[in-house]
Write a protein that binds this ligand. Structure first.
Ligand code: NAD
Ligand code: ZN
Ligand code: ZN
Length: 349
């Protein structure tokens, strides 16, 4: 049987017919409920023709997935058919010291990023192959379509926040740059995990309104003199933690200038900006890092946070045929939160 898939080719994304996957030993086939459209897909689309692209096309897009267990290969015993799950998206070797603690995004044997929708076939099709049952995390009673963003737009900021949690004391200030898919989850997580003062920064006023609604204490429109406006707001105090969900040159420059000595600057966004990291170029003792995804257990924790009602992805559902419209809206900045592609129907069943 064949199915329609939204695939990235060397000359860009388009729909194509592919064979429905069948499970080999140890594999799980998921009937997709939701596949989130991530800004990383736009970077991949824009960069795919470059010989230095991480990925070898073609492959089906969608690396932020949820669905129902549809079929299981020999040896899979921990799941049941029909069970709703989120799919952990960073697939490592499974045996190195990072992978055995579930930190597969930091697999020691990974020459390049890989995962469904990131080089291998992802969730923008009715069915998706997952190579191991350990990547399928039960969703419980959460609505599977609306839970799709948890597996990346939820997991990635959660991981970045946890790395800095010891600095996020009640007298601390945290800056969140970019209130899109990842950033709108980050604000909610910070609001529930700590009592630090949250300052949200974005180029779009509507994104800042959302940030304020979700728990930001203050908001700042990016642009001219944003640094001066930041210091006016904080009475010249720097931030303990900066989470940059854009990673453009302007946001990295801003983060470097507002983070305090011994503070944390996490550059999560892949916006192509850079930083000269040396003595005298960043505040003394500042830790600059480039977190990537999170661990399998952290995905369980993110799902638990959602199940307890502490975080909620703002989602617009799209039919598979409308996947190009979802990416267009993301590029134009007209989405609130996340676009989720629903290949097996947009209505909850
Ligand atoms: P998005 O398009 O949903 O949101 C981006 C937000 O940033 C928007 O609200 C936009 O208005 C805002 N923005 C754009 N330029 C800005 C600027 N100069 N200053 C302030 N705000 C600005 O994107 P997303 O899906 O949330 O992804 C964010 C970034 O994170 C992307 O670069 C993506 O590739 C990257 N990402 C990284 C990881 C990782 O593991 N490191 C995982 C997922 C996504
Ligand atoms: Zn992503
Ligand atoms: Zn590994």
């Amino acid at each position: 049987m064949s199915m329609q898939a939204y695939r990235l080719f060397a000359d860009g994304p388009r729909f194509d017919d592919v064979e429905e996957p069948t499970p080999q030993s140890g594999e799980v086939i998921i009937k997709i409920a939701g596949a989130g459209a991530c800004h990383s897909d736009l970077h991949a689309i824009d960069y795919i023709a470059n010989p230095k692209s991480f990925f070898t096309p073609p492959f089906t897009l969608g690396h932020e997935n949820t669905g129902w267990v549809h079929a299981m290969g020999a040896g899979v015993t921990t799941l049941r058919i029909g069970e709703p799950v989120a799919i952990y998206g960073a697939w490592g070797c499974g045996t190195c010291s990072a992978c055995v603690i579930g930190a597969e995004s930091y697999c020691h044997h990974q020459a390049t990023m890989r995962g469904g929708g990131l080089g291998f076939d992802g969730g923008m099709a009715a069915y998706m192959r997952v190579p191991a049952a350990r990547y399928c995390i039960p969703l419980g009673d959460l609505e599977p379509r609306d839970a799709a963003p948890l597996s990346d737009a939820g997991l990635t900021p959660y991981h970045a926040i946890k790395r800095s949690l010891q600095l996020l004391t009640p007298d601390a200030t945290v800056v969140v740059i970019g209130i899109g898919g990842l950033g709108h989850m980050a604000i909610q997580m910070l609001h529930t995990l700590c009592a630090a003062r949250i300052i949200a920064v974005d180029v779009a006023a509507d994104k800042l309104l959302l940030a304020a609604k979700l728990g930001a204490d203050e908001t700042l429109l990016a642009g001219d003199e944003v640094r001066e406006r930041f210091f006016a707001l904080t009475n010249k105090q720097r931030a303990d933690v900066v989470l940059d969900f854009v990673g453009a040159q302007s946001t990295i420059d801003f983060g470097r200038r507002v983070v305090r000595p011994n503070g944390d600057l996490s550059i999560v966004g892949l916006g192509g900006g850079g930083l000269l990291f040396a003595q005298g170029k960043v505040p003394w003792g500042a830790r600059v890092s480039t977190p990537f995804y999170g661990t399998i257990n952290e995905l369980r924790e993110v799902i638990a946070l959602a199940a307890r009602g502490r975080i909620h992805a703002h989602v617009t559902r799209f039919a598979l045929a409308d996947a190009p419209k979802a990416y267009e809206a993301m590029r134009e900045g007209t989405l609130e939160g996340r676009a989720v592609i629903c290949p097996n129907g947009v209505e909850s069943t």
